[in-house]
Design a protein around this ligand. Sequence first.
Ligand code: ADP
Ligand code: MG
Length: 328
Amino acid sequence: MSAILDVRDLEVAFRTGGFLNRRDVLGVAGVSLEIHPGETFALVGESGSGKTTLARAVNHLQETSAGTVSFEGVRIDRLDRAAMKQVRRRMAMMFQDPIGSLSPRMTVGDLVTEPFRIHGEKVDYKAETERLLALVGLTADFAARFPHQLSGGQARRVGVARTIALNPALIIADEPTAGLDVSVQGEVLNLLNDLRERLGVAMLIITHNLHVVHHVADRMAVMYLGRFVESGPTEEIFRAPAHPYTAALLSANPEPDPDKAQDRIALPAEVPSLLARPSGCEFHTRCPWAQPRCQSDAPEIVDQGSRRVACHFPLAPGATPPAKERTA
Ligand code: ADP
Ligand code: MG
């Protein structure tokens, strides 16, 4: 089955500094990924790892400096505005802030049908409003409300309704559960799973919450300083992370299941600045398992079965850090 989204060696350079100290930093530093029809792919990593930049580059809201983005077999990273507008019917973006991303003066009915107006599609607005609200689990009387009259979870449902209005083949959702109560987060995730099943839509979900990933994603990638350090099937990665960074992220979000209780792997120090990328393996400054070689040689991304891992010393299942680095 051919990929619906095919990203190859993508780079996004940001220009920083002024006239005398101008330099480019790479927010995305060579990322490749494929998403297949109906598949959910999750992108995880700490804040600042480049997740939003990658999503914006895929949707061509952000200029890219190298690599390609192909969607439904067509290269889209150099398309003009008008052509991109057509692409965005099939590739819908859901933005982070549930309430703030809705125009405050529009009713819910106008908001969920706005995509039809933007694309000049004549439809029965009342019927479409009812259809879309029902799909996201809201009753028809919500159509007359304004965004400030909605809870965070209801606003997110309205955002989802707008996203699916034109029947896209791919939804890109940046932190779909951020800012929501934990109980509501589960509802939103169930809604996304439900829509995936009913509409067959593929999803690229960005999150720093690993519970979200486990709940929704078939495959996932872990991002660090603009690169993928590990990618592969979600279940496999959760069962046995191969990259120390993945292991640390998983141990910082322990499973509620006590049978899976494990030692927490502490990640020392802050994320390095993009202006001062570490030598060798860029994770070595924080890696509890780092060896001398990691300081000098950058690891290639290597296929390991169904996984791709960039590490000189990938972990065996259940590995724990050397004793001196362990915390209780
Ligand atoms: P994430 O979504 O994973 O938190 P972002 O993609 O927002 O990360 O940011 C990745 C990195 O790129 C950060 O270091 C951020 O400061 C930097 N960055 C984002 N946008 C710009 C910009 N317009 N100019 C310069 N640097 C930027
Ligand atoms: Mg972000």
